[in-house]
Ligand binder design. Structure first.
Ligand code: DC
Length: 228
């Protein structure tokens, strides 16, 4: 099937399964998948390694001056890299997860990441996931999906992910981190997480990834009048 050169924006709270879904959808469409959260996480790792985040999570304003020296790109496997160094999975630890929301709330960090996202997505044929893709980064995206899932399902998914990576958080810690990030992400001044008025809601609490992809392909076929 020949799909049009569109941008698909996938937004939603932490651990709603956006990235697994967006990756599977991109692969079904033959599009590129772009994980915008990985960029915020990479900026956070960089700031941490430069000693610019205090124990209490306060970010040193010197970060703004250093950002132009940070060269992030995605390798052939879609993993974020700083220069030659692949920083995935280092960007996915609980430590980085607990620092990323305050860093991503900084307007100069958002400008830095938005510029990168724009240059990466300008050709279309891309599925990009994040918090503000359909509202701020690509407000003209031809298809917007807003993902939700119950808190219980989200916490269990995140917990299993961390355990699979060898971390040992308690379920309570994971729930606390999800709630805190949801709060910061949706209450910050710069591009808060919210559902775009023209987004389709996908609640995947009780859906498999193949069902989510099938649902979306149906949506695309209907919207762009494509034959199955
Ligand atoms: O999707 P994720 O959990 O990897 O994202 C990490 C953090 O980055 C998340 O807590 C909020 C921030 N983020 C954002 O502010 N805007 C985006 N478009 C993507 C992520």
């Amino acid at each position: 099937m020949d799909y049009p050169d569109i941008v698909i924006a996938v937004d939603g709270c932490s651990s709603t399964g956006k990235s697994s879904f967006a990756r599977a959808l991109a692969s079904a469409l033959g599009f590129l998948y772009l994980d915008s959260g990985a960029l915020y996480r990479t900026v956070t790792l960089f700031a941490r390694e430069q000693g610019l985040i205090s124990r209490l999570g306060k970010v040193d304003p010197a970060l703004e001056r250093l950002l132009p020296s940070l060269h992030i790109h995605f390798n052939a496997d879609g993993k974020a890299c700083i220069g030659p160094r692949c920083v995935d999975p280092a960007i996915r630890t609980m430590e980085i997860s607990s620092m990323v929301s305050p860093v991503s709330a900084l307007p100069y960090v958002r400008r830095f990441v938005d510029a990168l996202l724009h240059s990466l997505g300008s050709t279309g044929r891309i599925v990009m996931d994040g918090r503000d893709i359909g509202t701020t980064v690509f407000p003209d995206a031809q298809l917007k999906i807003f993902m939700t899932a119950s808190e219980e399902v989200r916490a269990r998914r995140r917990y299993n992910e961390l355990v699979a990576k060898g971390e040992h958080p308690s379920l309570e810690e994971v729930v606390a981190n999800l709630r805190e990030r949801d709060y910061i992400d949706s209450h910050r001044e710069a591009s808060p997480l919210r559902q775009a008025s023209d987004a389709f809601v996908l609640d995947n609490s009780e859906m498999t990834i193949s069902e989510e992809v099938a649902w979306t392909l149906g949506l695309i076929r209907g919207r762009f009048d494509l034959k199955a």
